[in-house]
Design a protein around this ligand. Structure first.
Ligand code: SAM
Length: 240
């Protein structure tokens, strides 16, 4: 079927490509890639003969139009990003929307995603989580974003770049106060590390070993503790 297949690719360990993803990448005539040069070795390794077309954040509208043309001509297209699931802090959403608006089918494949991989090993007991992704890079906007999240009782899931991780955890400690921070670093790779620590001591923990600041990170902050006052109010209401 001439559908758009949304295909997750590994975060680091190539064995995490699913069999279905392999089959799709081998079968489709076109693969839309966030970075065609980055994805070429993966496609080559699979023996995929698909032609590639670029679909990154700076050309998503044009890419969407090209992809819709292919689908309407009866050719299937797979969409991949550099790592993990397209559309999750990665380009893809505009393409998916355009394809659906054109009346064509979108077929999502389950697979690697840094957020869910980190959450599965976080060991936090919060019932809910909120996926935030990347915070704004400008200090003022980042502060505002953190303040807006401070009251949520959900675990908060962030993506962060290594050069910003110290500033971000320092600011999180200031805004969120006493919480648990889970640092999931280099998931599925040789130096994978997952640590849970008090957010208040996190800056010192990162500084104690420069290796802890290297690589790719998911940061998960446990949810805001139930407000003592409103908890009491609820208890009284229940009793009444
Ligand atoms: N679409 C991807 C996904 O499904 O997770 C996310 C892409 S986003 C551009 C890249 C960010 O994801 C990194 O900055 C990091 O926060 C996180 N990430 C990607 N790979 C990771 C890994 N192996 N370990 C930890 N975090 C990772």
């Amino acid at each position: 079927i001439a559908a758009l297949y949304v295909v997750p690719t590994p975060l680091g360990n190539l064995a995490d490509l699913t069999r279905r993803a392999e089959d799709v990448l081998r079968a489709v005539p076109w693969v839309a890639c966030e970075d065609t040069r980055h994805s070429a070795p993966l496609l080559k390794q699979l023996g995929a003969r698909a032609r590639t077309l670029p679909a990154h954040q700076h050309n998503e509208h044009e890419a969407a139009a090209r992809i819709v043309d292919k689908l309407q001509a009866g050719e299937a297209v797979a969409l991949i990003s550099d790592a993990g699931t397209p559309g999750i802090s990665d380009p893809g959403a505009r393409i998916v929307a355009a394809v659906r608006a054109a009346g064509c089918q979108v077929v999502p494949l389950p697979g690697a995603c840094a957020a869910t991989t980190a959450l599965s090993a976080a060991g936090l007991t919060d019932e809910h989580f909120l996926f935030y992704g990347f915070l704004p890079s400008k200090a003022g906007q980042r502060r505002q974003a953190l303040e807006a999240l401070a009251g949520h009782a959900y675990a908060l899931v962030f993506y962060e770049a290594p050069h910003r991780v110290l500033d971000t955890v320092a600011e999180m400690a200031e805004v969120f106060g006493e919480r648990t921070l889970v640092v999931a670093r280099e998931l599925t790779k040789l130096f994978e590390n997952i640590d849970a620590l008090p957010l208040n001591g996190a800056l010192e923990w990162f500084k104690a070993d420069p290796n802890r600041q290297r690589g790719e990170f998911v940061l998960i902050v446990s949810g805001a503790p139930a407000d003592a006052a409103s908890g009491e109010g609820e208890r009284v209401l229940k009793l009444l």
